[in-house]
Design a protein around this ligand. Sequence first.
Ligand code: 8YV
Length: 331
Amino acid sequence: MAKKKPLVIITRKLPDRVETRMCELFDTRLNIDDQPMTRAQLLEAVKVADVIVPTVTDRIDAEVIREAGPQLQLIANFGNGVDNIAIGAALERGIIVTNTPGVLTEDTADMTMALILAVARRIVEGAGAIPSGEWSGWSPTWMLGRRITGKRLGIVGMGRIGQAVARRARAFGLQIHYHNRRRLSSAIEEQLEATYWDSLDQMLARMDIVSVNCPHTPATYHLLSARRLKYLRPEAILINTARGEVIDENALIKMLEAGEVAGAGLDVFEHEPSVSPKLLRLARTGKVTLLPHMGSATTEGRVDMGEKVIINIKAFWDGHRPPDRVLASML
Ligand code: 8YV
């Protein structure tokens, strides 16, 4: 007799193609109106689902894991970052966790470059000047930004996304510097012409642009703390397409307000989806460019993420090792 299909509960609306395939393969419960699940709905879902497919907007914390029924075997996250899931609690209960690495690397790196250019070249301010009627014609001294060619870019976290940023940044003539838990092989360093900094403090003190590309884990929470941010040069700009929690956002805001750091490009925030009113004020002055967590937001990327989720569920349910299993040692 064929094995029963798993009950898969998806917490948000996914691309149509992904949902159709999921419905063909599994006993799938969709979230057609895309309303984020309330906590009560989430607690209810884990009581019945064999597999749950959460996103960054769902907090699968220790309580949710504790309340899960014994049938819950797999948390197949639709996303690369797994800081929304209490991994330790899940693994302790024998629940497997998977994510979607690799398929959003290039899109997130593109968005990092877009933010570097937006902040350094004042693209958002410039784009606003025409519709607002502020532009009366070309002027030699108006809307001057900063050249990026020849500047030093410090990448914090040199995994897949950090390296994809480095490849792009080299083509823009930036000098690549990086800090990472582990130093890259000399072959990759040579290929990227990247300089390794064992000391993050020392790297921060010497960079023109800093890009955060590391995951948010207990070890990277406020990695860019108030103390560390003080090392930034007043001309420096800071870009974050990783997770808001990696930067002490309040400390960064104070430095931006005081002119101790020149600008910031943020796609992620410490208390998403709420964004500090002080950041909104800074955005109005043109000092910061804010994006609504859209680093991986391409149609292709979201379909690829969905396909990864499907492969992970299918492999697991067919009794194989899911390819994108998250292990405690990765955190
Ligand atoms: C995803 C992300 O869109 O994958 C990640 O870690 O930050 C995003 O780009 C989001 O997580 C979907 O759950």
